[in-house]
Design a protein around this ligand. Structure first.
Ligand SMILES: Cc1cc2nc3c(=O)[nH]c(=O)nc-3n(C[C@H](O)[C@H](O)[C@H](O)COP(=O)(O)OP(=O)(O)OC[C@H]3O[C@@H](n4cnc5c(N)ncnc54)[C@H](O)[C@@H]3O)c2cc1C
Ligand code: SF4
Ligand code: SF4
Length: 432
């Protein structure tokens, strides 16, 4: 491909073929003077080439981008006594839990465990800061990367940001600090970081813990605008959006110049998985369950989502999956310290009841990737995720349906995005 396409065209192929999740790593790797991950005309965060880009740099990007490569837990982190579940991957402990501090439990997206773990990591001086995502100061529906140095900083970042967010935008600056830190993000962000560890030795030396949320996909800008319109709000008038948290799931709270407006999580996402509007990359995701992380945090609603009645006074209970020794030890230490309350351990089958959408996506991933290959598209290279093995357990007709469905999606243009171009606010000076 490198002989036919220019370096920019090769980078743009990832975006145009719907595989970019806007993690920001290509900007950090290539430098902001060459690649800028920014809001583009279709509303997503994506890389725009703004300087000279060479094939060698694009080769390095292809090796780390979570659109082109996703791997499970590095082998060196899998202990001989680690359990191996075909769907849920390597795990040492699965336990229902919540943040012991009621304020953190309330503020958090589910039971506040990620916020409690972040605060504990800083308090216990295991790390100097957390690289994570908080609400964007410039784009009301987005998340933005932040370095949290205090428990108050971590608290400020609580709550899921379902819009675009690029946690790895300034990874190089975080590594330049030469201080131990933790990375809290989505599974694909951690996959990107683990890929990058093979190119930069500082990652394994400085990143002491990777903690992720189990992730069914993020909300598209189009889907979020459609939600605003459904509830009678002009998307351009929105000044702030809190997707969930302050209860479980807590209200979706929209700020506009006329005041705050609260809706239910179900009003945002719709009644079930079939109504979610997701980026294409999320539909073919081979790892929404955070296989490469030390700890993954999930919701615990049976069936995968809340209902309007029970969610009124749900204080929030997570499931925590510790995959590594470091993750298991951290979980126990945070519980001993009183930062986390652990309720009871569960087996993988119970987690499957809480996360049926993750189970079906994991089984479907291989055939969907085959459908991409059939269509001559890029598909993420995978390792240690067992997706081919899982597909082999399905009836042939089901795999064929997934494979052909993906191919049809490609043929109908539903798996394509336009060439990324920098978005400018209405009326912005073209010369600026
Ligand atoms: C896009 C998305 C999809 C999700 N899908 C599922 C799912 O399918 N199943 C499920 O069980 N749970 C899902 N969740 C996770 C769930 O909403 C909770 O975030 C998770 O259970 C942790 O809860 P908590 O109370 O510990 O979080 P909190 O204590 O509120 O902490 C949230 C943490 O997530 C980080 N964060 C928030 N948004 C982003 C983002 N966009 N990118 C990177 N980091 C971010 C924050 O920095 C913070 O560290 C999803 C979350 C997101 C953001
Ligand atoms: S997924 Fe990340 S690394 Fe890949 S193209 Fe998008 S922003 Fe760049
Ligand atoms: S579904 Fe997969 S690709 Fe999409 S945001 Fe979640 S982890 Fe990333």
């Amino acid at each position: 491909m490198s002989e036919q396409l220019t370096p920019s065209e090769r980078l743009y192929a990832i975006v145009e073929q719907g595989l970019c999740i806007g993690c920001g790593l290509c900007q950090s790797l290539a430098g902001r003077e060459r690649v800028w991950v920014t809001k583009t005309l279709n509303g997503f965060l994506a890389p725009v080439v703004v300087g000279d880009l060479d094939h060698e740099t694009v080769d390095r990007i292809y090796a780390v981008c979570p659109g082109t490569r996703v791997e499970g837990l590095p082998e060196r982190l899998i202990e001989p006594d680690t359990h191996a579940d075909n769907v849920w991957g390597p795990w040492r402990r699965m336990v229902r839990a919540w943040a012991s501090n009621p304020e953190v439990r309330f503020e958090g997206s589910t039971g506040g465990v990620m916020t409690a773990l972040g605060a504990y990591l800083l308090k216990s001086k295991r790390v100097d800061f957390i690289l994570q995502v908080k609400a964007s100061s410039s784009e009301p529906t987005f998340g933005e990367p932040t370095l949290s140095f205090s428990e108050a900083d971590v608290f400020e970042a609580a709550g899921s940001r379902y819009g675009p967010a690029a946690p790895l935008l300034d990874l190089d600056a975080a590594l330049e600090r030469n201080q131990p830190f933790a990375f809290f993000a989505k599974p694909c962000d951690v996959a990107a970081l683990r890929n990058f560890a093979k190119q930069d030795e500082r990652v394994d030396r400085l990143v002491k813990y990777c903690v992720v949320m189990v992730c069914g996909g993020y909300g598209t800008p189009r889907g979020t605008d459609a939600f605003f319109k459904r509830v009678g709000i002009d998307p351009d008038s929105v000044t702030g959006l809190r997707y969930r948290g302050r209860g479980c799931p807590g209200p979706t709270r929209v700020e506009t110049p006329t005041g705050s407006h609260e809706y239910h999580y179900i009003d945002y996402w719709g009644e079930d998985e079939t109504t979610w509007t997701l980026p294409f990359r999320c539909k073919i995701c081979p790892d929404g369950i955070g296989e490469a992380a030390d700890i993954a945090a999930a919701d615990s609603w049976i069936g995968g989502g809340p209902n309007r009645v029970d969610s009124v006074d749900d204080p929030g209970t997570n499931v925590l999956v510790a995959r590594t020794l470091a993750g298991e030890e951290l979980l126990a230490a945070a519980a001993a310290d009183g930062a986390l309350t652990l309720e009871f351990d569960i087996p993988p089958d119970t987690l499957s009841l809480y996360q049926p959408h993750q189970v079906s996506k994991k089984y479907a991933a291989w055939s969907r990737h085959q459908g991409l290959r059939d269509a001559g598209r890029l598909a993420p290279a995978t390792a240690r995720l067992r997706i081919e093995e899982l597909a082999a357990d399905l009836p042939e007709a089901t795999n064929r349906l997934q494979r052909e469905g993906t191919r049809e999606r490609v043929d109908s243009g539903k798996a394509s995005e336009p060439m990324p171009q920098i978005w400018k606010p209405a009326g912005a000076d073209d010369e600026s």
